[in-house]
Each structure stands twice: as C-alpha cells, then as structure tokens.
Write a protein that binds this ligand. Structure first.
Ligand code: IMP
Ligand code: MG
Length: 370
C-alpha cells in the first residue's frame, strides 16, 4: 500500500517536472527567436530643428561600425547633410552616408524622392570620387515628388518651406493620389522590397533621419513643421521591428537654429555672431538660420520620446569662440560661467529625468568628426 503511494507520487512528480521542462523549452525557443533571429538597427535622430550634424554622426558611425545597410527613413531633398569625407566637402540631400564606405544605402518608404535630384546627386558623388555602383537602392513603395509638387511648393509663403515639393508629395501620398517609385522607369534598377532586404538576422542597419523633433509633423510646432515623422517611430515605419533597435543617437547643437517664417530668434546681438561663426546658413537653400539658446524642455522631450541612449552635442567650438554659455529653461535664460559648467548643467538636467535611457554624452568641437 505504502509502496503504491510512493510510486504514484513519483509518477506525479515526473509529470510535473516534464511539464516544467516543456514550458521552459517553449519559453526559451520563443525568447531566443526574438533576440537572435532579428536584424539589428542603430538610429540617428535630431533633437532640435534639423541641421544639428546628423550627417556627420552618421558618416562617423558608418565608418567605425560594421553596418550592412544605411537607411534614410524620412523626408525628401529638403534635407541637406553636410559631410566631410577624406578632406572633401559633400552635401547630400537624398542619398544616405553609407555610400561613402561601400555600405548599401537605401532611400526608405518613409521618404519622398525627386528622381531628377536623385540622379544629380549620384553624379555629384561619382564626380567626387565615390563609387555608387550597386550601392544605392530605393524602396519600391517610396513616393515620388513630381514637377507639379515642386511648382506648388514654390508658391509657399506661410511656412517658409525649402520649396522642394515635400509637403505636396506627402499630402498626395496620404490622399492616396501619389506616384510610387516603382511607377518610374528610370528608377527600376534601384528598386528593392524593404522587408525582403532587411528581414534577415545578418542585417545591421544604421537609420539616418532628416529634419528634427521641433519640425516633426506630430510633435513639432505645428504648422511650422515638415510633413514627415522625424522620430525613432518614423524609422520603424520603414519596416523595422521594435526588437531590432539597438542604440539611439540623439543629435543636438550647443544652441538652436531654425529656418522658416515663424519668429524664432530673439533680440540679442550674440545670435548674429553665432550665425557668422557657426556658418548657420541652410545647406539646401542658403537661407540664414535663426538662432536661439538651447531649449532644455524641447531636448528633454525629444530624448524621452525617442528613447535616446547616446547624446551628441555639436558645435561646441562655436560657443567656445563667442564664449557665452546660456540655456533656455522654462522660457527663462540660465547663464553659465564657462564650458565646464555648461556641460555639467546639461548632463545633470537630462539625467534628472528618471525615465531617461541616456548612457553616453559626447560634446563635439569638430565639423569632421564626433
Ligand atoms: P519643408 O520640409 O520643405 O516642407 O519645410 C518645412 C519646414 O521645415 C521649414 O521651416 C523648413 O525650413 C524646415 N526644414 C525642412 N527641411 C529642413 C532641414 O533639413 N533642415 C532644417 N530645416 C528644414
Ligand atoms: Mg541640414
């Protein structure tokens, strides 16, 4: 009788252990498939109003890491990325910086593309000694900027757009009245299916954003915004699963600049000095950029929303030259005595947000590297 009881207990225990073993195996396999069999992505986002030096950071990352692809994920040729490559200056509008290092460079479906500008840029890169053959791709479902879009955008006076047809092209996309890259014969050799290209565990993609948080269609200062998503979410919209996100590099300057019709610069002669020292003139349109002090609340919000892990503060050399160290904190100017205090104030301020994922801070003095 006791023997029978013991035997039954053993049997039950075995069954219990067997079920436990089975659940662990299933759980492990599921978890394993999430972490292992997914592509990896680093994302570069601008935390202010564009022109913070994303091109430089993307160029630096593409040079120093083993990415398989670089993906432009939003915007059109309204963007102007200034890049110094082997001593030569390049300004790219459409084509991502991977091309400088022989990394596949993709214009993603979150972008809009002007084919004329696209081919002009390929020629400029080739003329500058960059091999673009077999390196540049366009997602087949990217929308096209047409001559009609350009004509319409040229008439804008309300927003102060770059007149590159961006807004009208996105409007027609959402009105379901646009043209896709796959409908344009000249683009055929460049077309790819983004999911087929990226959905592979070997893929390590660097996602290069355009414009910035303050210009974002949803989170910027509407209507003084661009027509695309300038956030990490904007990168994911191109077909990147959220599990793939590795590092998020948030880029800002030691001060702010904005181009457009709204009044942004305040009455301080220091701003024209910064404009001159920092060469704050649009890379796409040549327009003078309005200057102001860094708005701490804007940057904090952008860092939180984008889950930024690495922060780069560019153009510190410009603030060194003018030697003024101010922030805008809740609308009031906070004056710091020197660079050390300025850097400490910013780091402490950003670290005080308990939800922040920030782990690395870089203060950069040089237009050519981080
Ligand atoms: P759009 O993107 O050309 O429609 O212009 C809308 C607003 O975004 C305007 O204030 C432009 O000056 C601004 N903008 C667009 N692209 C950039 C950029 O790459 N850098 C800075 N400002 C930009
Ligand atoms: Mg720019």
């Amino acid at each position: 009788m006791t023997e029978q009881l013991f035997f039954n207990l053993l049997l039950n225990l075995d069954l219990f252990n067997f079920i436990l073993f089975l659940s662990y195996t299933v759980l492990y396999t599921v978890d394993h498939s999430i972490t292992k069999d997914t592509m990896k992505a680093d994302i570069v986002v601008d935390l202010q109003y564009g022109d913070c030096g994303k091109g430089k950071v993307t160029h630096f990352l593409a040079k120093t890491r083993n990415y398989t692809h670089v993906l432009r994920y939003n915007g059109g040729c309204n963007a102007g990325h200034t890049i110094f490559h082997e001593g030569k200056k390049f300004v790219t509008h459409h084509i991502p910086s991977g091309v400088f290092f022989g990394v596949k460079s993709i214009i993603g479906s979150g972008c809009v593309i002007n084919p004329t500008q696209f081919f002009k840029e390929i020629k400029e890169l080739e003329d500058g000694g960059i091999n673009t053959k077999g390196m540049i791709f366009v997602a087949k479902n990217t929308h096209v900027i047409t001559d009609k879009h350009l004509e319409e955008d040229k008439k804008d006076t309300a927003i102060g757009t770059t007149k590159r047809g961006n807004g009208p092209a996105y409007r027609d996309k959402y009105a379901r009245d646009g043209f896709l890259a796959q409908d344009i014969p000249e683009l055929q050799p460049y077309l790819i299916d983004l999911l087929e290209e990226l959905n592979n565990p070997e893929v390590f993609v660097l996602c290069e954003g355009a414009q910035g948080f303050g210009l974002d269609i949803d989170h910027g200062d509407y209507p003084f915004v661009t027509s695309s998503h300038c956030t990490v979410a904007g990168a994911l919209l191109n077909g990147i699963p959220h599990q793939a996100v590795n590092e998020v590099w948030g880029i800002m300057k030691g001060y702010e600049t904005y181009v457009g019709t709204k009044q942004f610069e305040t009455d301080d002669p220091m701003f024209s000095e910064i404009r001159d020292v920092g060469q704050e003139y649009g890379a796409t349109t040549g327009r003078p950029r309005q200057v102001n002090w860094t708005n701490l609340q804007l940057v904090q919000k952008a860092i939180a929303m984008n889950g930024v892990t690495h922060l780069v503060v560019n153009k510190m050399d410009v603030l060194e030259k003018v030697d003024v160290w101010n922030f805008l904190n809740s609308g009031k100017i906070t004056k710091l005595a020197n660079r050390t205090e300025f850097e400490k104030y910013l780091v402490d301020f950003l670290k005080s947000d308990p939800s922040s994922h920030l782990s690395k801070f870089h203060f950069s003095d040089c237009p050519e590297t981080v």
